[in-house]
Design a protein around this ligand. Structure first.
Ligand SMILES: [Zn+2]
Length: 135
């Protein structure tokens, strides 16, 4: 294994801890149509920018964001906004509507509050691309 500059001695160990990772510095590294433009660092396991004040000239920044935790947090924050769709209730709702069920009944079937289900179903319908309405 090649000799590392003394500044990088702990990098591999830090990466191995799995508490964070190096990511390309947004200040000095650019993507070209989604493809990194900088050289790839085998030590830091990311592409490097040219260096700027954001990264202190390294071209990469240490990211300790716990993305798994963030994902759980976001899921908790917005369970309802995407709930009907995410929980796969749309077909059940539409089937119930086709049967003429009211929203209280629909709510009971999918385990939702009826009014909430109605509100989110209407939002879903409003945001769903129709595709055939360009007549
Ligand atoms: Zn930078």
């Amino acid at each position: 294994m090649a000799e590392l500059p003394i500044e990088l001695n702990g990098v591999a160990d830090a990466l191995a801890c799995d508490k964070g990772f190096w990511r390309s510095c947004t200040g000095c590294h650019e993507l070209n149509e989604g493809v990194p433009t900088g050289p790839f660092s085998d030590v830091m396991k990311c592409h490097l920018g040219m260096g700027c004040f954001e990264c202190g000239g390294i071209g990469a920044v240490w990211d300790m964001t716990d993305y798994a935790e963030m994902g759980r947090y976001l899921a908790l924050e917005t369970p309802i906004a995407f709930g009907l769709m995410a929980q796969g209730h749309i077909p059940a709702v539409e089937a119930a509507l086709a049967e003429g069920a009211d929203w209280q009944e629909i709510g009971r079937r999918i385990g939702w509050d009826g009014d909430t289900a109605k509100a989110y179903y209407e939002r879903h319908v409003a945001t769903e691309p129709k595709g055939v309405d360009h007549g």
